[in-house]
Write a protein that binds this ligand. Structure first.
Ligand code: NAP
Length: 254
């Protein structure tokens, strides 16, 4: 029976992905900064472990306690929506520490066992904002674009050892805790000069039809495909808006 380790399972895509792999008979190591056992179905195939992807000691302890794993899903992430002028450098660093360096550190932590066993898959969750530049997302997009580039190069490097790397790119998913978590941890106020831009961003989101957003199930299915289908493309959009954004970006490049 195969084992998946997923980061950021306390809510949103990570929680849904953990549910899906459990339903489909896998062993699941669901990791969270503050572990909770009550949000996933009880199962002897479920292990809930503490993990903060910005903390090297936490990563080492988690990998040790998890035992052998077949698939790593780097899903943990923080948002950062603001004009660059309104973002303290400390917040820029936290976003890179979590979204980019956390992903890299986790990949580094599992690679020795994947390489030795000559199998394993790393699935990195980024975002379609990397395909379509949007206002107020310069730093967040940079963290995710770094992971896209990292993943594509790493895929080449580890392919001879039977290890696959894939990227799943969700679109905008208003139903997760992402916006609330961002507001809780990263609200600094936007400089007045950018007020009209902020209004425009929220107005555009309000106009987005409900069937043209990404749902947690879209992302969980995308991660499942990336983990289990060797023919899965390197960059897999997840969600109706994600598929449309990636197709538009490809048309522009053609
Ligand atoms: N929602 C969207 O519109 C959207 C769109 C595209 C991509 N994404 C990406 O999808 C992923 C999941 O987002 P989501 O929408 O499901 O949001 P979410 O509900 O806020 O989930 C994010 C998860 O990451 C965890 N996390 C944050 N910092 C962490 C750290 N240092 N160590 C370990 N875990 C940490 C959070 O845990 P705590 O509960 O401890 O904070 C939470 O479990 C993120 O990488 C995000 O960038 C989201």
């Amino acid at each position: 029976m195969k084992t998946v380790l997923i980061t950021g399972c306390s809510s949103g895509f990570g929680l849904e992905t953990a549910r899906l792999f459990l339903e489909r008979g896998w062993n699941v190591v669901a990791t969270m900064r503050a572990p909770r056992t009550d949000i996933l179905p009880a199962s002897e195939r479920l292990k809930v472990l503490p993990l903060d992807v910005t903390d090297a000691a936490s990563i080492a302890a988690c990998i040790e306690a998890a035992g052998p794993i077949d698939v790593l899903v780097n899903n943990a992430g923080v948002g950062l929506l603001n004009a660059l002028e309104g973002i303290p450098m400390e917040a820029v660093r936290l976003a890179f520490e979590t979204n980019a360096l956390g992903t890299i550190a986790m990949a580094k932590a599992v690679l020795p066992q994947f390489r030795e066993r000559k199998s394993g898959v790393i699935v990195n969750v980024t975002s379609t904002v990397t395909a379509k530049p949007l206002h107020l997302l310069s730093v967040y997009t940079a963290t995710k674009a770094a992971v896209n580039a990292f993943s594509e190069c790493l895929a080449l490097e580890v392919e001879p050892f039977g290890v696959r790397v894939r990227v799943v790119l969700p679109g905008r998913a208003p139903e997760t805790a992402f916006g609330d978590n961002h507001r809780k941890h990263m609200a600094f106020g936007t400089p007045d000069a950018y007020g009209e831009i902020v209004k425009g961003v929220f107005a555009e989101w309000a106009r987005q039809p409900a069937d043209e957003v990404t749902h947690v199930a879209d992302v969980a299915e995308g991660v499942w495909r990336a983990a289990t289908d060797p023919a899965c493309p390197m960059r897999l959009p997840a969600g109706a808006d994600a598929v449309a954004a990636m197709a538009a970006a490809e048309r522009m490049l053609a």
